[in-house]
Design a protein around this ligand. Structure first.
Ligand code: ATP
Ligand code: MG
Length: 414
């Protein structure tokens, strides 16, 4: 029954996969905390204008990918396709400027209407950090270092490459845009329809096009770095110097542009060849134009977002679930004592599964099936003595232990 399937591009995250996601999120949060980041969350939906105004009318996200609807009260609502705009909105509406600079970490679902494929979903999940209020290149370096550190901690860094570019300041971008448009005009016949449209509205995005024909044209385009003014060159030099000092290797990719209009200076992406076509793992940059564009007083910002599904895939097998202790009552008289014992062990911090269905053989079978580390067997004779049998399910050895000191006996299974 297709209406009982999850909607296209979404899927259920069952416990095994969830542990994989948790590992990514928990590792990232713990590493980011060392750099001063505290976790926060913005709503999963916002007024559409939060994204429309910031992502620009010509970005892929706004033109094709947003889940937007009019709610019952007539408000235009969009499920967040990314979280930088939401965090910036929050920075303004919560008056966080008072505390600037702020360092914020988030993890949660994002929604984009895309063609689903491996590593590309309509509901996917991101972790991300935003450092808002810090203008200098040191912040860019630190933001990249935080990302690199997280990839290290996840054990996937050696399968990624850090690609780095600069988009310069506004003056440099204007100068470059002019020569780029001039060049692209000469080869307009070879551009895709989409890129021809971008030519007037957002020509820089053409550099990022995935269309074959566009890519051939772009290959011969003027290079951004030739049009950087001195201040922008100095900024980029400092970013590289800092990365060098930290031993963070990078490859300059002059074609790397962030898809969105509000970025300036640093743009970077950790990419991998291990995931097929979906190579972008973590992407970010400096967005000094964003908050001003949203109507706030101009405030610098820098950050990145990473796809949790893609990171979890890179990490491979998810960590195993914690193995429980099976409490196995033998005979009816042992049922309630087993119940209270289980409860007590849980209060003492153990994961406990009470196997009370069927006969003893069936109960022991269940203990094995759930990969219990040990079984605590409560028989009538033992109960009469105030004790229980503890069987190590790995070695098969067993011993009788007084109920009063059971938690201590079980300590090694905690
Ligand atoms: P792509 O080039 O793969 O479309 P993007 O440039 O649209 O990526 P960003 O908007 O920079 O991606 O988002 C940051 C990260 O979020 C990406 O590097 C990727 O890991 C992840 N991501 C983006 N879109 C999806 C998606 N539809 N499904 C799963 N992960 C995604
Ligand atoms: Mg995309």
């Amino acid at each position: 029954m297709s209406d009982l399937q999850p909607a296209r591009g979404t899927h259920d995250i069952l416990p095994d996969e969830m542990r994989g996601h948790r590992r990514v999120i928990d590792t990232a949060r713990a590493v980011a905390e060392r750099y001063g980041y505290d976790e926060m969350a913005t709503p999963i939906f916002e007024f559409s204008r939060v994204f429309k105004r910031t992502l620009g009318d010509t970005s892929d996200i706004v033109t094709k990918e947003m889940y937007s609807f009019t709610d019952k009260g007539g408000d235009e609502i969009t499920l967040r396709p990314e979280n930088t705009a939401g965090v910036a909105r929050c920075f303004m509406s919560e008056g966080l400027a008072q505390n600037a600079p702020v360092r914020l970490f988030y993890a949660g679902p994002m929604f984009r209407y895309e063609r689903p494929q491996k590593g590309r979903l309509r509901q996917f999940h991101q972790i991300g950090i935003e450092n808002i209020g810090t203008p200098g290149a040191l912040a860019d370096i630190e933001v990249i270092a935080t990302g690199a550190h997280i990839l290290d901690a996840l054990g996937v860094r050696d399968r990624t490459v850090l690609e780095l570019n600069t988009l310069g300041d506004g003056e440099s971008r204007d100068a470059y845009r002019a020569v780029l448009v001039e060049y692209l005009q000469t080869r307009i016949g070879e551009l895709s329809g989409e890129s021809r449209e971008r030519l007037t509205r957002n020509p820089l995005r053409i550099l990022d096009s995935k269309d074959e024909g566009d890519r051939r044209v772009v290959a011969d385009a003027p290079i951004f770095s030739d049009y950087l003014n001195e201040a922008s060159q100095a900024f980029f030099a400092e970013v590289r110097e800092g990365l060098d000092a930290l031993g963070i290797a990078y490859a300059i990719n002059p074609r790397l542009v962030r898809g969105l209009d509000y970025y300036s200076h640093t743009a970077f992406e950790f990419t991998t060849e291990a995931l097929g076509a979906q190579g972008a793992v973590m992407a970010g940059g400096r967005y000094d134009g964003l908050i001003g564009m949203m109507g706030g007083s101009p405030t610098p910002g820098v950050g990145w977002a990473a796809g949790i599904e893609r990171l979890a895939m890179l990490c491979g097998d998810p960590p195993p679930a914690r193995r429980p202790i099976a409490v196995v009552p033998v005979g009816d008289a042992a049922r309630i004592p087993a119940l209270t014992l289980s409860e007590g062990l849980r209060r003492a911090g153990f994961r406990v599964d009470m196997a009370a269905g069927g006969n003893l053989a069936k109960r022991m079978k269940r203990a094995n099936k759930i990969a219990a580390v040990a079984a605590v067997i409560l028989g009538e004779d033992e109960l009469a003595r105030g004790s229980a049998t503890v069987r190590d399910l790995q070695s098969g050895t067993q011993e009788e232990a007084p109920l009063a000191s059971l938690a201590d006996r079980l300590a090694r299974y905690r």
